[in-house]
Design a protein around this ligand. Structure first.
Ligand code: ADP
Ligand code: MG
Length: 618
């Protein structure tokens, strides 16, 4: 029989440290959190050897008194949990195991001058795993605050050390920690030297302007210029979100930050809510830039479910998810009002560089997004600026397909009550004045001029309507009195018929008509009286890229997207003023109206001041 024995303190500490201290960034996180809890206004960080040799943090907080130094390093010793109350936690730390865990796996040097100290500063030096009982502080020199140096991390736990990643990866993790706390606490200034990388986040103003300043510093100037600010509230959950418009994105999610009651964290539910919010306007492989700040009563969020507090448990996850998705989507949809998909600088750049016919902001809207095959489209409509990248299959429209994941909340686009009464110019997209080149509607608004790509705009409108119909009562199809027979190659017929069921759900009723023909019995009513022959040929062309084993829903959205594109007011069609105004009004109430199904902007807004800038009047 094996004997049961009690673990030694040292063993207990090392086991517990395994949970809290996984890598250098975890040390950094614990130390920075302590500095913040101590009321620091400036925090200085130095990291050497990717944190293996040194993690050195100095703060100007309230410090630690001489007689508290040993306790600070002891396990389950904290000054932050005053009552028997694990619910109402206002500090970042509370478990009293940060410093103890670090001491178990690294050498630590802690020096502090406590506020109002009568006997100066004191320090303690502890070797990894050393027992604390016999330690006593020694006098030190140190301005008010605390400096903690952590050296030789994991030297006594070779197994851990082996699991560390490359210096670069470990340093990136450290930078990420600093960014997160810097976004959570803009009133604190940070300086850091992480091997070769320097970081400087100066103090900013209080309130939203300061937050936006800090955001721009961390997320970049482009984000700063284009950020959508959202404030929303549901029950007692408040959301402040600062997010990129769908035209600004990155290849990874590193610039997505979440804060709950001021606490930075990364939570799967929140990440997935963001994904869902952008689903319809961003391809899957791109990531929005996001900082979400949620506040809710402390009893609605349990921060004590994870040793490093990286995860939390919400008591109302669905409410929070819904709040995020609907308010972000409303903000994108409101594009007609706020988001200008293109700025004057892009127009200027374009004027200077007339060899491209596409303003640079349009191209940036493309970055990383797959571009539908428009070789014919390109030539016909002369979108020459993007022709070189037009080889991708049309069915890269797939992001739209994801609209069908069952997350959708109804989207409400706010409309002013007296909309009918005001002149067209008071509408966000203004009053149509002219149609140019048979595709561009020029409208005058209160603030300037709007140029609309009528085909792109109509495509979005039709697509959104089809989707709405589909998710409500199903697409209403319109029977064709005498079925239209479309002759195709035999294998084309096979291909299309294999999607018969999906197409029927998308409002297109087809059946085989002999070996090399398809009979079309009904088309989606929304398309009016489409050119059936062309529509079918388009579907044959695009369905070649569909994956037959893909979910029905997905295929349906592909089909809807193709039909929307085909069924839209093509460029080249002349529109009267009433038609144009109707299109503008339609756009204003259509979700995601500022991009077409392919993610291209549907309109450009030039404010009077933009125009004046172009003519150098400003
Ligand atoms: P916790 O943060 O959960 O309380 P720690 O082990 O991280 O546990 O810290 C233990 C205690 O040491 C804290 O409660 C605090 O009183 C003190 N302490 C740690 N770091 C600092 C610091 N930088 N400034 C002032 N006090 C600190
Ligand atoms: Mg702590």
């Amino acid at each position: 029989m094996p004997n049961i024995r009690h673990l030694t303190d040292q063993e207990i500490n090392q086991i517990a440290a395994g949970e809290v201290i996984e890598r250098p960034a975890s040390v950094l996180k614990e130390l920075v959190e302590n500095a913040i809890d101590a009321g620091a206004s400036h925090i200085d960080i130095e990291i050497k050897g990717a944190g293996r040799s040194l993690i050195d943090i100095t703060d100007d907080g309230h410090g630690i008194a001489k007689d508290q130094l040993v306790s600070a390093l002891s396990r389950h010793a904290t000054s932050k949990l005053s009552k028997y109350d694990l619910i109402d936690i206002a500090t970042l730390g509370f478990r009293g195991e940060g410093l103890a865990s670090i001491t178990a796996v690294a050498d630590i040097n802690i020096a502090s001058l406590a506020k109002d100290s009568q006997d100066g500063a004191w320090c303690l030096q502890v070797k990894a795993g050393q027992a604390l009982q016999k330690l006593s502080p020694e006098p030190d020199h140190q301005p008010q605050g605390t400096r903690i140096q952590v050296k030789n991390l994991f030297e006594n736990v070779p197994a851990r050390r082996k699991f560390l990643k490359t210096d670069r990866t470990e340093n990136t993790a450290c930078v990420d920690i600093i960014r997160r706390v810097a976004l959570a606490f803009p009133h604190i200034s940070f300086t850091a030297q992480i091997d070769d990388k320097k970081i400087d986040y100066p103090k900013v103003l209080d309130g939203e302007p300061g937050r936006l300043d800090r955001l721009a510093r961390i997320m970049g100037a482009e984000f700063g210029r284009s950020v959508l600010t959202i404030h929303a509230e549901r029950e007692d959950v408040k959301l402040s979100a600062y997010v990129s418009p769908p035209t600004v994105h990155r290849g990874n999610g590193a610039l997505q930050f979440f804060f709950v009651n001021g606490r930075p964290l990364r939570d799967k539910m929140l990440v997935s809510a963001i994904r869902a919010a952008y689903m319809d306007v961003l391809t899957k492989d791109r990531h929005a830039l996001v900082a979400l700040y949620l506040t809710m009563p402390n009893e609605d969020v349990d921060v004590n479910v994870h040793p490093t507090k990286a995860e939390v448990r919400f008591s109302k996850p669905q409410l929070i998810r819904g709040l995020i998705i609907s308010s972000l989507r409303a903000a994108f949809a409101k594009g007609a009002d706020g988001i200008s998909p293109i700025s004057v600088s892009a127009v200027e750049a374009n004027l200077k560089n007339s060899s491209t016919s596409y303003p640079s902001a349009f191209q940036s809207a493309y970055t990383g997004q797959s571009i539908p095959s428009r070789s014919s489209y390109t030539q016909r409509y002369n979108y020459s600026g993007v022709s070189e990248s037009s080889q991708a299959p049309l069915m890269d429209l797939a992001p739209q397909a994801r609209a069908y994941m069952p997350t959708t909340e109804p989207i409400t686009v706010e409309q002013s009550e007296h909309k009918q009464d005001v002149e067209a110019e008071y509408f966000p997209l203004g009053a149509a004045k002219a149609q140019l080149l048979e595709n561009y509607i020029i409208a005058q608004t209160q603030e300037g001029v709007v140029i609309v790509d009528q085909h792109a705009a109509h495509e979005r409108i039709v697509y959104e309507k089809l989707k709405a119909q589909y998710s409500e009562a199903g697409i209403s199809a319109q029977k064709i009195l005498i079925p239209v027979i479309v002759t195709l190659l035999e294998e084309e017929c096979d291909q299309l018929i294999s999607y018969q069921e999906s197409l029927a759900k998308a409002g297109l009723d087809i059946e085989r008509f002999g070996p090399d023909a398809i009979a079309v019995n009904a088309t989606p009513a929304l398309l009016g009286t489409p050119d059936v022959d062309k529509l079918i040929r388009k579907l044959v062309e695009t369905s070649g890229d569909w994956q037959p084993d893909e979910a029905l829903e997905k295929i349906i959205t592909y089909a809807l997207a193709t039909m929307a594109c085909h069924g839209s007011v093509r460029s080249g069609r002349r529109l009267g003023v009433n038609d144009m105004n109707a299109l503008l009004r339609d756009m204003e109430v259509t979700p995601n109206a500022s991009q077409c199904n392919h993610g291209r902007p549907t309109y450009v807004k030039l404010s009077l001041s933009d125009i004046e800038k172009l003519f150098e009047r400003r």
